[in-house]
Design a protein around this ligand. Structure first.
Ligand SMILES: Nc1ncnc2c1ncn2[C@@H]1O[C@H](COP(=O)(O)OP(=O)(O)O)[C@@H](O)[C@H]1O
Ligand SMILES: O=C(CO)[C@H](O)[C@H](O)COP(=O)(O)O
Length: 568
């Protein structure tokens, strides 16, 4: 198994020293981030500095098209593995709190908390329906047809990636092997906090964002009855959660002795009610002190900042004092990310996954791999330098003047909320070489950035006032991706000092649960820091405005094709 681990060197031989010569703060927090592809853990201090980091891949299964599954046992084992790694050689009694974040995948356990199969094969090891699973298409259509009031709070249309359609699918398809035996349905972040503490409380974040719970009114019985899941109402919603706590709240008596042993941490340390991964990324970046960087948002409220968490998917997190209803953009969700603020969450279901797909399925991929390996570079670093070579005197973005991509290979999450949409490419030639691959990669990166622009425009039209992007996640390590987001949206992009900002967000939760900070706002302001700002190249604006016109035309055309084919 692959493990990535780095530690700040200690020149005294014991403990962990700070970089930058500062005095070492006394308290540490552990953040655990479960992404789609891997689990990462970090040891973080009170200033949000990562002292140690470890990563381990997790298993994924795709037993049939649009079915994506994982294993809660595999994920928990990976959490234990990476956590043990990051605390090696440090005084664990300085660790004050633990916070988890994870993808919003659905974990199914029986009444004794044992895994249940979510598949026709009856394999109970695979007990997670992943967030990107699109098996429940028929169920979500029926849910949307109800036009129930709760749908207003998910952008008007429920996504197939949310939990209600997946629950309905389980009831309709795996009644005997799964549904009738199920005792607990958890969002993955809540499963992890239960595993660590034995407390089945759910985070307000997961229930509000993915389960139709209202921070003000609680569950709505009429919704569950209307969609045919009235059985979940019984026993005061015990199967899906009846104790709901704000993220960062300390759970029960903290880490249980059993979980402590597995994780290599002291029993009893504070464990926080958790967050979905995108929301943790939001906390990790959105509160940073931007003074001195020449950014307009320095003089503006925090509501002018849009956090964009870009991993397998991209999530666009904008907050507001009052609720804003943006058609096709999830929310408004009260207190789901920053307490006291409403959240709108735009998103693109596949971004990192799409880039990987386009590159890996091209005929020149083996050549790319061989050349990148020979230079000891990642394939993306190689592609970026190859684009620099072939662009000659023009800006790199201009290489796609006649190559355009529509990026919804896995449907459109925002702002069209249309899961039937597909990917499109126009401008293909007979070329199969590396130049062709590099330019297709560039056009894909640009298409994702145009998708972000499309989401921002929908949010601004509905009442958000956004000026600055705060990017994090795996794709924010790609300078081309970052520059294209700046150029295409026309907004400066702030990158954090800590590349692994999602883990800083998870550690913010642990720090709040420990009581070392009085609020999430205080912890996030103290622990998130600006690393670098990338400004848009204003001189290229005209070109990108034209490409954006093409981008919008592509979806219009796709809908026309569909109308032709579905007409008489
Ligand atoms: N150094 C890098 N350069 C370019 N792309 C990267 C880099 N690191 C990760 N990525 C891309 O980011 C995506 C994964 O991001 P990550 O945040 O790890 O995902 P997740 O949280 O969904 O597991 C992948 O598609 C990968 O190609
Ligand atoms: O729906 C989401 C957040 O609300 C995310 O898309 C999902 O959790 C997956 O995240 P990632 O792309 O970081 O793995």
């Amino acid at each position: 198994m692959h493990i990535r681990l780095h530690k700040v060197k200690n020149n005294k031989g014991k403990g962990t020293m700070m970089s930058g010569g500062d005095q070492e703060p006394g308290h540490y927090y552990v953040g655990i981030d479960v992404g789609t592809g891997s689990v990462r853990a970090a040891l973080v201090d009170q200033r949000g500095i990562l002292l140690a980091f470890a990563e381990r891949p997790i298993k994924k299964w795709e037993p049939q098209f649009n079915h994506h599954e994982q294993s809660s046992e595999d994920i928990w084992a990976a959490c234990c593995h990476v956590t043990k790694k990051i605390v090696q050689g440090i005084d664990v009694h300085r660790i004050r709190g633990l916070g988890f974040d994870a993808t919003c995948s659905l974990v199914v356990l029986d009444k004794q908390f044992h895994p249940l199969p979510v598949n026709h094969e009856g394999d109970s090891y695979r007990n997670i329906i992943m967030w990107l699973d699109h098996r429940a298409v028929s169920q979500v259509h029926r849910i949307n047809k109800t036009k129930h009031d709760v749908l207003q709070y998910v952008g008007g249309v429920m996504s197939v990636e949310m939990q209600a359609p997946k629950l309905l699918w389980l009831k309709e398809n795996l009644r005997e092997t799964c549904w009738d035996k199920a005792g607990h349905f958890f969002d993955l972040p809540d499963f992890l906090s239960w595993k660590a503490t034995g407390v089945t409380a759910r985070s307000l974040c997961s229930l509000v964002c993915k389960w139709t719970y209202s921070a003000e009114k609680g569950w709505d019985d009429s919704f569950w009855k209307m969609i045919g899941l009235e059985d979940l109402i019984g026993d005061n919603y015990s199967k899906i959660g009846n104790l709901v706590l704000p993220p960062g709240t300390s759970l029960g008596s903290g880490l249980t002795p059993e979980a402590a042993k597995e994780l290599g941490l002291p029993p009893g340390i504070a464990v926080a009610a958790s967050l979905i991964d995108a929301h943790a990324g939001g906390l990790g970046v959105i509160g940073a002190d931007v003074r001195g960087y020449g950014l307009v948002c320095e003089e503006q409220p925090v509501t002018s900042r849009l956090a964009v968490i870009c991993g397998t998917s991209s999530c666009h997190m904008g907050i507001s004092k009052d609720p804003i209803f943006v058609p096709g953009v999830w929310g408004p969700y009260f207190s789901a990310m920053v307490p006291g603020f409403w959240l709108n969450e735009g998103g693109q279901s596949v971004t990192g996954k799409l880039i990987d797909h386009m590159v890996q399925s091209h005929a020149a991929f083996p050549e790319l791999q061989a050349k990148a390996t020979a230079r000891c570079q990642s394939i993306y670093a190689y592609l970026n330098s190859h684009l620099d070579l072939i662009k000659k005197a023009q800006p790199v973005g201009f290489l796609t003047v006649d190559l355009h991509v529509w990026p919804d290979f896995h449907g459109n999450r925002s702002p069209l909320a249309d899961l039937t949409l597909k990917g499109m490419v126009t401008g293909l030639t007979l070329s199969q070489g590396l130049d062709d691959l590099a330019i297709l990669y560039l056009a894909t990166v640009q298409a994702i950035a145009f998708g972000t622009r499309f989401i921002i425009e929908a949010m601004q039209t509905a009442g958000h006032s956004l000026s600055t992007l705060f990017l994090c996640g795996g794709l924010s390590k790609n300078p081309l991706f970052v520059q294209m987001h700046a150029d295409i949206t026309g907004m400066p992009v702030v990158l954090s000092q800590e590349v692994e900002s999602v883990l800083v967000g998870a550690a913010v939760l642990g720090a709040c649960a420990s009581g070392d900070f009085t609020s999430v706002q205080e912890a996030m302001a103290r622990m998130s820091k600006v690393g670098k700002v990338v400004f848009p190249r204003r001189e290229d604006k005209k070109y990108y405005d034209k490409k954006y016109q093409v981008f919008l035309k592509m979806v219009e055309h796709q809908k026309e094709y569909s109308a032709i084919m579905n007409g008489n």
